[in-house]
Write a protein that binds this ligand. Structure first.
Ligand code: GDP
Ligand code: MG
Length: 704
C-alpha cells in the first residue's frame, strides 16, 4: 500500500520474479506487469484494481494484493486491508511520506494491520534514507525501527547493511541486464569503510535500545548478561523481539532498496516472513465459534466473460472445496460453487481444496457480494451460535456470527449516463449491474426527475473513477454511452427542530386506508455525518406497542424521505426523528403507512429549514518552487484554504482544503499552470455547511 507511483507494482513484479512465479519481469512503463492487467491500467501505467497473487518464499505461503494508490480507488485498498494480515508500505525515498500514504496508513490502523516500511527508489538522485525515516516518525506518528542502513545512495546505491546480522548485502552490478537474483552476503569487518562501520554500529545500538524500550523480555536479555557487550546480542533474540513489537503495533521495521534496479527485494521478502503475522496469530474472537468449520469473507467480485462472476474470498477457518454449496449469512441464501481457483492476477490455477489463511477465487456464486460472510451450511451458523452461547452464556444474534464487512466510501460526484439509443438501454443496465457488483463505490440510481427517458445516474469517487467506468462500458460491453456533465453530490441537513402531522385517507378497491402520523425532526448533533435518520419513539408510542411490521413500514418511509431532501433532492444527514404517534384504521396497507410516514417526514424537514452541505476536500499538491505562486494564486480563486506549505528539496508540498465544486477539471488546470510538473491528490475530508451566499448562488444556478 502507498501513494501513487511509490513503486508498489514494480516491487510486486520483482517479488514474483524472485519467488519463481514469473520468468521475466515486466515494467509498469511498458504496460506489461502481472498485476496491472486491465487495459486501462496498462495504458495509463497506474493500478486501478487490487490484484491478488499467491506465491511461496522460504517455506511460507504468501498471498499478496497489489493495491492502487489513487484516492478514486480507495475502496480497493479498504477491502484489501480488510482481509490481509499484514502490509508492506512502499515509499518513494526521495519524497518520504506522501499524502495518500497517510490515508492508507490510517486505513491500516483501523484494521489493526501490522506493517513493514520499504523505502524504495534508493537509486534516485535526491533519495534520502534519513529524511524518509524522519518523515515516517513525524507524519505517521509511529516508531520506525531501522533494520538496515543503505550502502551508497543515488547512482551508487549498492545494497544494505543488515543490522540484525551485521552483514553487508550487496548487488554489485548496476546494469539493467542484471536481474539482481545473485547478490552477496558478507559479514561486516574492520576492513570495511570506517564511516560505514561506524554508521552501522550506531544504528544497531540504536535499534537494540529502541527494541529494549518496547519489549520487556528483550530488555531483560540486554540488562542481564549482555549489558557489557551489546555487540554480542544474538540476532535470533533481536529478531524475535522485533517481531513481537511489530505484531503489537508498537513500532514498524524499516527496510530500503530499489525495485527498479533490482536491489533489496529478497531481504524485504525475508522480512515479510520474519515479522508479519501468520493467519493464526491474528486475534479474531468470532472465529473460535466456528472451530474447524468453514468461515470466509467475500471481498471482491470480478466479471469474467466466460465464467460469469468470480468471487474472491478470504478463508478464515475450515476448508473450501469445489463443487460444493455454501451458505451466505448476510443474504440468507444457499448457493453452489463450481470451481475453486488460486488467484494469480488474471491467470488462475484450478485447485481441489484450500485451507484457512488463504485467498480463493470461486466460480458459480451468483449472488454473493463484497462484504458477505459465507459458511458451509445454515446449520453451521446454528452450531456456531450454540458454541458462542456456551462460551459467553448469552444468546448470539446472527450479526455477531458474521465477519465485519467492507466499508464503502461515499461517492462525491455524479453524472447522468445515456445509451446511444433506447434499444441499448437494457444492455447498459446489464453492464452497470456487472460493474456495480465489482465496485461497491460505484452507485447507480434511477432519477425520476431527470427529465430524460432513461434517467440513469452514476455516482462515483472522482473524475478518474467515472472516466474509467465509462471506458470499461465501451470496451468490455461494447456500448458507446454518453455521460452528462459531472456534478457535485451535495447533502442536506436541518438547523432546527420541527413537528409535523400528516394524514393519508384513500379508498382503494372499495377498501379504506386511513393513517395518521405525527413526528418531530431535530438536528442529530452527536454524529452529524450519519446519513440515515436516527429514529426513536415517544413514550406513549412505546406503550401502545406498535406491531413490528408497522414499525418497519414507518421507518422505511422515514428512510426513503431522507434519501431526497426537500431543497435539491440530496440525501439528508444528521437528522433525528421522534415518532409521536401512529394511528391506522385496521386494514390499512403497510405501503400506505410507509407513504404517509415518508410524506410527513418530508413536511417536517421542510419546516425545519434545510441547509445544503457541500463536500470539502483535502488537497495536497507537490509543486516545483518556481510555480508555487501561480498555484497558490489559483487556489485562492477556488475558495481554497491553505493550511500548510512544506519544503522538500526543490519542491513545495501544499496542503489545503477546497470545496469540491471548485475543483472540477483541476488536473488539466494544474498541468497547464505548472507545465505538467506538479502532482496532486484530492480526498473527501468532510461535508460542511455552505455560507448563505454560496448556497443561494447554488440554488439559483440549479433551479433556473
Ligand atoms: P505504484 O503506483 O506504487 O504501483 O508504482 P509503480 O510500480 O507503477 O511505479 C511508478 C513509477 O516509478 C514507474 O515509472 C516505475 O518505473 C518507477 N519506479 C518504481 N520503482 C522504482 C525504483 O526503485 N527506482 C526508480 N528510480 N524508479 C522506480
Ligand atoms: Mg501500482
Amino acid at each position: 500500500m502507498a501513494h501513487i507511483d511509490a513503486g508498489k507494482t514494480t516491487t510486486t513484479e520483482r517479488i514474483l520474479y524472485y519467488s519463481g512465479y514469473i520468468r521475466a519481469f515486466g515494467d509498469v512503463d511498458d504496460g506489461d506487469t502481472v498485476t496491472d492487467f486491465m487495459v486501462q491500467e496498462r495504458e495509463r501505467g497506474i493500478t486501478i484494481q487490487s490484484a491478488a497473487v499467491t506465491f511461496d518464499w522460504n517455506n511460507h505461503r504468501i498471498n499478496l494484493i497489489d493495491t492502487p494508490g489513487h484516492v478514486d480507488f480507495t475502496v480497493e485498498v479498504e477491502r484489501a486491508l480488510r482481509v490481509l494480515d499484514g502490509a508492506v508500505t512502499v515509499f518513494d525515498s526521495s519524497a518520504g511520506v506522501e499524502a495518500q500514504t497517510m490515508t492508507v496508513w490510517r486505513q491500516a490502523d483501523k484494521h489493526h494491520v501490522p506493517r513493514i516500511c520499504f523505502l524504495n527508489k534508493m537509486d534516485k538522485i535526491g533519495s534520502s534514507f534519513t529524511y524518509s525515516v524522519e518523515s515516517i516518525k513525524k507524519k505517521l506518528h509511529t516508531k520506525p525501527l531501522v533494520l538496515q542502513v543503505p550502502i551508497g545512495t543515488g547512482k551508487n546505491f549498492k545494497g544494505v547493511v543488515d543490522l540484525i546480522t551485521n552483514e553487508k548485502v550487496t548487488w554489485e552490478s548496476n546494469s539493467n541486464e542484471d536481474d539482481g537474483r545473485v547478490f552477496e552476503r558478507k559479514p561486516l569487518t574492520s576492513k570495511d569503510n570506517p564511516a560505514l562501520l561506524k554508521e552501522a554500529k550506531d544504528a544497531r545500538n540504536n535499534l537494540i535500545e529502541q527494541v529494549a524500550d518496547l519489549d520487556d523480555e528483550f530488555a531483560e536479555v540486554i540488562l542481564g548478561d549482555l549489558c557489557e557487550n551489546i555487540d554480542a546480542v544474538p540476532s535470533l533474540q533481536l529478531q524475535a523481539a522485533i517481531r513481537r513489537v511489530t505484531l503489537a503495533h508498537k513500532a514498524v521495521p524499516v527496510l530500503c532498496g530499489s525495485a527498479l534496479k533490482n536491489k533489496g527485494i529478497q531481504p524485504l521478502l525475508d522480512a515479510i516472513t520474519l515479522y508479519l503475522p501468520a493467519p493464526n496469530e491474528r486475534n479474531q474472537e468470532l472465529l473460535k465459534h466456528y472451530g474447524d468449520e468453514l468461515c470466509a469473507l467475500a471481498f471482491k467480485v470480478l466479471h469474467d466473460k466466460q465464467r460469469g462472476p468470480l468471487v474472491f474470498v478470504r478463508i478464515y477457518s475450515g476448508t473450501m472445496k469445489p463443487q460444493s454449496s455454501i451458505y451466505n449469512i448476510n443474504k440468507n441464501i444457499t448457493e453452489r460453487m463450481s470451481r475453486l481457483l488460486l488467484p494469480f492476477a488474471d491467470q488462475h490455477v484450478e485447485i481441489s481444496s484450500l485451507t484457512s489463511g488463504n485467498i480463493a477465487l470461486t466460480v458459480g456464486l451468483k449472488q454473493t457480494a463484497t462484504g458477505d460472510t459465507v459458511v458451509s451450511a445454515k446449520s453451521s451458523v446454528a452450531a456456531a451460535a450454540r458454541r458462542a452461547e456456551k462460551d459467553q452464556g448469552k444468546n448470539q444474534d446472527r450479526e455477531r456470527l458474521m465477519l465485519a464487512g467492507v466499508e464503502v466510501p461515499q461517492p462525491v460526484f455524479f453524472c447522468t449516463i445515456e445509451p446511444p439509443s433506447m434499444a441499448k438501454q437494457a444492455e447498459l443496465d446489464h453492464a452497470l449491474n456487472c460493474l456495480q457488483r465489482e465496485d461497491p463505490s460505484l452507485i447507480v440510481k434511477i432519477d425520476p426527475d431527470s427529465g430524460q427517458a432513461s434517467g440513469t445516474v452514476l455516482c462515483g469517487m472522482g473524475e478518474l473513477h467515472i472516466e474509467i467506468i465509462h471506458d470499461r462500458i465501451k470496451r468490455e460491453f461494447g456500448i458507446e454511452a454518453d455521460l452528462g456533465p459531472l456534478q457535485v453530490a451535495y447533502r442536506e441537513t436541518i438547523m432546527n427542530a420541527a413537528t409535523a402531522s400528516d394524514t393519508l385517507d384513500r379508498m382503494i378497491g372499495g377498501k379504506r386506508h386511513l393513517v395518521n402520523v405525527q413526528l418531530t425532526v431535530s438536528p442529530w448533533q452527536q454524529e452529524a455525518s450519519v446519513s440515515t435518520p436516527v429514529i426513536s419513539y415517544a413514550e406513549s408510542v412505546q406503550e401502545a406497542a406498535l406491531a413490528q411490521d408497522m414499525k418497519n413500514a414507518v421507518e422505511n418511509g422515514m428512510h426513503s424521505s431522507c434519501l431526497q431532501g426537500p431543497l435539491l433532492g440530496f440525501p439528508v444527514q444528521g437528522v433525528q426523528v421522534t415518532v409521536l404517534s401512529v394511528a391506522a384504521e385496521p386494514g390499512t396497507s403497510l405501503a400506505m403507512i410507509s407513504a404517509c410516514s415518508s410524506r410527513c417526514t418530508h413536511k417536517a424537514l421542510k419546516q425545519a429549514g434545510c441547509q445544503i452541505l457541500e463536500p470539502l476536500m483535502s488537497l495536497a499538491i507537490t509543486v516545483d518552487e518556481d510555480y508555487l505562486g501561480l498555484v497558490l494564486g489559483d487556489l485562492s480563486q477556488r475558495r481554497g484554504n491553505i493550511q500548510e506549505v512544506q519544503s522538500y528539496q526543490d519542491n513545495k508540498v501544499v496542503s489545503a482544503s477546497v470545496p469540491l465544486a471548485n475543483m472540477m477539471g483541476y488536473s488539466t488546470v494544474l498541468r497547464t499552470l505548472t507545465s505538467g510538473t506538479a502532482t496532486f491528490t484530492l480526498e473527501l475530508s468532510s461535508y460542511e455547511v455552505m455560507t448563505s451566499q454560496d448556497q443561494s448562488a447554488l440554488l439559483n444556478r440549479v433551479r433556473h
